[in-house]
Design a protein around this ligand. Structure first.
Ligand code: NDP
Length: 476
């Protein structure tokens, strides 16, 4: 009997995805460049379902039912191109290649267009949730032709995470849409993690709480609006004690944050689309700063902090304020993230359903949170919402939380504790709601030094002042 689906690339993610498919009753042909991984999968987990091991891509393709469905789960970049090239020469019209790796959406657009010419359906699919998600149910974000996705839908919906009976999988849009949304998910994850880290830092430094005490605060927050996987694991990390020293684990970990680049990709893409994503950008910058050891060392002994050091007076008030600042700043970061998806959707004609994206992130992925139900409801109320922040529910949440948020930002400045996520989110919020911005002055400066022209508040047209002459205004 032939296989229903094939997986090539059996490292952490591919192996677990193949097991997830097999556990759900699919016959899975499996292949890896080096055969040891294929053998190890069949040896260790062969009893979980039906695996058909293949030694080569030819064998893999030959093992499949038509139309053939091949999931590629290899290293992103050139390896993915190499595997897709080999596969495309072995497949026929109507067959489907799924790239489930972390491809850049522009690569996916390029691959999709090339394969479409060859009659092969290409589905660039974001898969979130890491190792654990791939095995037990990830959030799946497929992009490509809708007909091709239909051939995969029952299978994908079955292996995806499930929240209240709804699978965390939905067609995102044509060509690179799935990988774009997966990238955005990672950018939002960066922002969310940074805001949580700032909350921890402020409670620790502002109130001199122990890591375990801060962990308990997070556990409490996990019962309210902030309930989320990231808040839950934060409490777990903060409560953990290092086995070799008996110290809080967090105190023996080097304070240099790593990154694989998806946060940076998100910010670059958003800048190209003209969307301000200060939350994600500050998160990427903060990770960069943390790893800039030479500069940090040079500054540590040299640059003065606030003096005298401010003290927080009302401890419980401060804890509540930090919670409000975290929720409000998180809202800003998500609003910016959804704005970016909308901008890309308009730019590339993807017609992405934003509420649907919130739905498929509710389970199986790192940013899963109760809050995403509220996001979905906001887009259900108004699919054309100009910003999540102006939705009634969120507007009220911001109104309720803003006093605490403002106190936290000013206390952070007085304590000398960096809170770039909180403060830039607040600046974005105030910028967005400002009746008038100093952008008028920038237009004046641009007109003076570069004759870049300006528009007037009182009548249409484009104008320039003869700054170096008699300063009369000319219409351009
Ligand atoms: P890796 O990204 O570490 O890639 C290793 C796999 O790629 C191995 O199967 C390897 O084969 C194969 N490979 C590398 N180069 C080639 C090549 N030139 N030709 C054929 N095969 C090649 O594996 P992961 O499982 O960590 O990730 C797979 C994909 O999923 C990546 O795109 C990753 O970005 C993405 N992803 C990963 C997540 C994670 O948490 N790890 C989460 C979500 C997505 P061999 O064994 O022969 O070396």
């Amino acid at each position: 009997q032939r296989a229903d689906v094939a997986v090539t690339g059996l490292a952490t993610m591919g192996r677990n995805l193949a097991r997830n498919l097999a556990r759900n009753g699919y016959r899975v042909a499996v292949h890896n460049r080096s055969a040891q991984r294929t053998d190890a999968l069949v040896d260790e987990f062969g009893n979980e379902g039906t695996f058909l091991p293949a030694k080569s891509l030819d064998e893999l393709v030959a093992a499949l039912e038509r139309p053939r469905r091949v999931i590629v789960m290899v290293q992103a970049g050139e390896p993915t191109d190499a595997v897709i090239d080999q596969l495309s020469s072995l497949l026929d019209t109507g067959d489907v290649i799924v790239d489930a790796g972390n491809a850049h959406y522009e690569d996916t657009r390029r691959r999709e267009s090339r394969l479409r010419e060859a009659g092969i359906n290409f589905v660039g699919t974001g898969v979130s949730g890491g190792e654990e998600g791939a095995l037990n149910g990830p959030s799946i974000m497929p992009g490509g032709s809708e007909e091709a996705y239909e051939a995969l839908r029952p299978m994908f919906e079955k292996i995806a995470a499930d929240v209240d009976g709804t699978p965390c999988c939905a067609y995102v849009g044509p060509d690179g849409a799935g990988h774009f949304v997966k990238m955005l998910h990672n950018g939002i994850e960066y922002a969310d993690m940074q805001l949580i880290a700032e909350s921890y830092d402020l409670l620790r430094q502002g109130l001199e709480m122990s890591p375990a005490e801060v962990g308990e605060v997070f556990t409490g927050w996990n019962n309210g609006d902030l309930e989320s996987f990231l808040v839950e694991i934060t409490a777990e990390v903060l409560g953990h004690v290092d086995t070799s020293t008996g110290q809080p684990f967090i105190d023996v970990v080097l304070d240099q944050a790593g990154q694989k680049g998806t946060g940076r990709w998100t910010v670059i893409s958003a800048l190209e689309l003209g969307v301000p994503v200060s939350g994600m950008a500050e998160a990427v910058f903060a990770r960069g700063l943390s790893s800039d050891i030479a500069r940090r060392e040079a500054a540590r002994e040299t640059l003065p902090g606030p003096s005298p050091l401010a003290a927080v007076e009302d401890r419980q008030q401060f804890v509540d304020d930090v919670r409000d600042a975290l929720y409000a700043s998180k809202l800003v970061a998500y609003a910016q993230g959804f704005d970016t998806i909308r901008a890309a959707s308009d730019e590339y004609g993807w017609d992405v359903d934003l509420g649907q994206m919130a739905t498929i992130w509710r389970g199986g992925c790192i940013i899963r949170a109760r809050f995403l139900d509220r996001v979905r409801e906001a887009y259900d109320r108004d699919p054309a919402l100009p910003s999540l922040l102006v939705d009634d529910y969120f507007r009220q949440a911001l109104a309720d939380g803003q006093a605490g948020w403002r106190r936290v930002v000013s206390t952070a400045a007085q304590l000398g504790v960096p809170a770039p996520g909180f403060s830039s989110a607040l600046a974005y919020y105030d910028g967005l709601r400002a009746p008038r911005l100093p952008a008028a002055l920038i237009q004046g400066q641009r007109d003076l030094f570069g004759a870049h022209t300006y528009k007037r508040t009182d009548r249409p047209g484009t104008f320039h002042v003869d700054w170096s002459g008699d300063r009369t205004e000319q219409e351009r």
